[in-house]
Ligand binder design. Structure first.
Ligand SMILES: Cc1cc2nc3c(=O)[nH]c(=O)nc-3n(C[C@H](O)[C@H](O)[C@H](O)COP(=O)(O)OP(=O)(O)OC[C@H]3O[C@@H](n4cnc5c(N)ncnc54)[C@H](O)[C@@H]3O)c2cc1C
Length: 467
């Protein structure tokens, strides 16, 4: 379907970008052959580290003319194979577009290039006393452009929402080479179709984002973290509901880790993390501008937790203690990769009230299929990460893993859930799309893809299953 990148195409690319930013040697391409998902490597034929929307536009024109596939790439931390060049062709990396253009205090927005890491963006905003609260665990390594493309979430989504809630303006290049702009420094905008919003979560299949304007909020002055050990996850969910309903409290964070996850962290990090013998740990963060009020809320949280059957919680109100409480949650995904030769990570989402039964189902499937399965994630927003780890002697691991996920996905869909909360579909989860969505929805998505990319050159092989 796609033509190869010929020497003539390479010389055109070297005219568009400096020759030093066009990579073709296998060593230079090695880090771009996969993302953080377990799928097989696919080397692009050429990689261009772009610096501007004008360059992206000219590369699109070339790709259309020559019928070459183009794969957009942020920083490659994706967990769904979205930025992998499954059809070869040209990869466009935004890693050099890494400038925070402007923190606009008076309009409460930040204007940024797409290749900026989320950590860098947060720090740049903090220097102006403002807060970009979307907080993926990969924040030091992933780009804001990647976050927009996947509609990334993270630990603070329960209170602050996900990336989509912060996008105010987008500049992007569409496959015919036009540069399109939507929104700006506007906190409200009902002018026609929300073109920018359509790009959020489109996983680089509709356009390449070259600039974004993101909303900022004030950061509360005081935060207190509380780690609550429970025997059952149901108690953790009940805790959230009681805090919200009875006490009108909205924690910024409600995360959980199951016992095996803590043990894995202790083993790999050589640490002695608290409550390693509890079935479930729930990490709650409360915040506010009035310190006495936050302390009072924490006391109330402790009382409710104890009534629900928790053991004495641990409280952290300074950065050192808070870091200790967060260690396991932040390091878990990397830890599992160090401990096991292969890990397949899914990020299912169910209505909040279904979380306990879904985790029980995960544990039932672990026993049924005899695999090591570690659930953790965002209790507050119903997003459960299910990591299946390969024990080295297991020859039939891939096949059994597939059967486990097929059964789990069936369960999740039957409970009103979905197959991805924040990682996206990419090439890795496409096989479940016909179960997750109906034919009418899929057809509408195909029409949308065709409207943006009639030649099908942009990020082929992602999201949409074959008919
Ligand atoms: C340890 C770890 C923890 C993680 N924790 C979280 C978490 O808490 N929450 C969460 O949501 N995710 C998490 N992720 C997943 C990942 O970090 C996110 O999906 C992130 O948004 C990917 O950003 P990236 O820059 O690495 O993008 P890439 O992996 O390079 O690309 C991801 C997708 O975005 C597209 N894309 C990238 N840049 C652009 C652009 N400028 N224009 C158009 N399309 C583009 C790509 O084509 C691809 O489809 C985690 C990953 C790891 C490895």
């Amino acid at each position: 379907m796609y033509r190869p990148v010929t020497p003539a195409v390479l010389s055109r690319l070297r005219e568009i970008a400096d020759p030093g930013r066009v990579v073709t040697d296998p060593d230079g391409l090695l880090d771009y052959t996969r993302d953080e998902s377990p799928g097989p490597p696919f080397p692009p034929e050429a990689l261009v580290k772009v610096r501007s929307s004008a360059e992206v536009s000219r590369i699109f024109e070339l790709c259309r003319h020559e019928r070459i596939a183009l794969t957009p790439r942020g920083l490659g931390t994706g967990l769904a194979g979205g930025s992998v060049a499954v059809a070869g062709g040209i990869m466009v990396s935004t890693e050099l577009m890494n400038r925070v253009i402007e923190v606009d205090e008076r309009n409460l927005v930040v204007r940024t290039e797409p290749g900026v890491t989320v950590d860098h963006l947060q720090k740049a905003c903090a220097e102006h006393g403002l807060y970009y609260p979307v907080d993926p665990a990969s924040l030091e390594d992933c780009s804001i452009g990647g976050n927009i493309a996947t509609n990334a979430g993270g630990a603070r989504a329960f209170k602050y929402g996900v990336t989509a809630d912060y996008v105010r303006g987008i500049e992007a290049v569409v496959p015919d080479g036009s540069v399109v702009r939507w929104g700006g420094k506007l906190h409200k905008n009902a002018t026609g179709y929300g073109l920018g919003r359509i790009l959020v979560g489109s996983e680089g299949t509709l356009a390449v984002t070259t600039e974004a304007v993101m909303r900022l909020v004030p950061k509360p002055k005081h935060q207190i973290d509380v780690l609550v050990p429970f025997d059952r996850l149901g108690q953790g969910v009940e805790l959230v509901l009681r805090l919200v309903h009875d006490d009108r409290l909205l924690p910024a964070v409600v995360e959980f880790i199951e016992r095996q996850g803590i043990c894995a962290c202790n083993k790999v990090l050589g640490s002695d993390l608290p409550f390693a013998d509890a079935e479930i740990q729930v990490l709650v963060e409360l915040e506010g501008n009035n310190r006495e009020q936050v302390v009072e809320d924490c006391v109330r949280l402790g009382e409710i937790a104890m009534k629900l059957g928790a053991r004495e919680p641990l409280v952290a109100d300074n950065p050192t203690d808070q870091e200790r409480l967060w260690t396991a949650r932040r390091k878990l995904a990397d830890t599992l990769k160090k401990l096991y030769p292969e890990v397949t990570a899914e990020d299912i989402v169910v209505p909040l009230a279904e979380v306990p039964a879904t985790v029980e189902e995960v544990m039932r499937l672990q026993a049924k299929y005899g695999l090591t399965v570690i659930p953790f994630g965002h209790v507050g927003d119903g997003n459960i990460h299910v990591d299946v780890c390969r024990d080295s002697d297991r020859q039939d691991w891939h096949e059994v893993c597939d059967r486990l996920f097929d059964e789990l996905i069936g369960y999740v869909l039957s409970r009103g859930g979905q197959i991805s909360a924040e990682h996206g579909i990419g090439s890795e989860k496409k096989r479940w799309m016909k179960r997750a969505l109906g034919p009418a929805e899929l057809e509408l998505m195909r029409c949308l893809k065709h409207a943006f990319d009639p030649d099908g050159i942009l990020n082929p092989g992602k999201i949409l299953p074959e008919k």
